[in-house]
Design a protein around this ligand. Structure first.
Ligand code: PAN
Ligand code: ZN
Length: 192
């Protein structure tokens, strides 16, 4: 534990503001290949490049047993019927688990087991907590009309591995059909 670490922080569940920490912001242009319809992303980018989500991460120490945590704000919206989403990742240390605590809004987490490839959808929002086991890719989607804010708490040595999913993406896609979220198989478009 870093002796300089600030052990107590202030957060606002409504705005997703968290004092201290490092902020990462992801815009639509950063998520182009995370959506199932990159052409629709490109079309949208001709008009604007909206902020999709922000994460403020607090890393008090890097010793064995330390924890890191982040407060995420995922804004509402869709691209071609697919809800705004996070990139999603495995932890570099594959056995590292994570606890997500929903603070505001309505959303879902897509969990994908690395060995079996099986997908699970778990609600995440105000009053919901989701345990993400190790060896599991995880992505968050905002299915509501207000910002989705949540804490993620994970071992300090977890690390983030975006590479595998950047190449093949998740097997499933969460889209809106008749006003409801529906999980579909990803269609692999044939390359011209
Ligand atoms: C979260 C995520 C956050 C943003 O804090 O980092 O939801 O998602 P991406 O990292 O996939 O862009 C977490 O799972 N940390 O381990
Ligand atoms: Zn994680």
């Amino acid at each position: 534990m870093n002796p300089e670490a600030i052990l107590s922080q202030v957060y606002d569940p409504q705005t997703g503001h968290l004092s201290g920490g490092m902020t990462v912001r992801r815009h639509l242009s950063d998520l182009r290949n995370s959506f199932s319809n990159p052409a629709a992303v490109d079309e949208h980018l001709k008009q604007e490049d909206p902020l999709l989500y922000e994460v403020v991460a607090v890393e008090p120490g890097d010793a064995d047993g330390d924890l890191h945590y982040g407060l995420g704000i995922l804004y509402p919206g869709q691209i071609d019927g697919e809800y705004y989403l996070t990139k999603g990742h495995y932890h570099e240390t594959r056995e590292a688990a994570e606890v997500y605590i929903g603070l505001r809004g309505e959303g879902m987490m897509l969990l994908e087991d690395e060995q079996s490839g099986e997908s699970r959808l778990e609600p995440l929002g105000a009053g919901k907590v989701v345990y993400v086991p190790g060896h599991t890719a995880h992505r968050t989607m905002n299915t509501g009309s207000e910002p989705l804010t949540y804490f993620g708490i994970y071992p300090a040595d977890a690390g983030h591995d975006y590479g595998a999913l950047a190449e093949r993406n998740f097997h499933k896609v969460l889209i809106e059909e008749n006003g409801n979220p529906v999980l579909r198989d990803r269609r692999i478009e044939e390359q011209p």
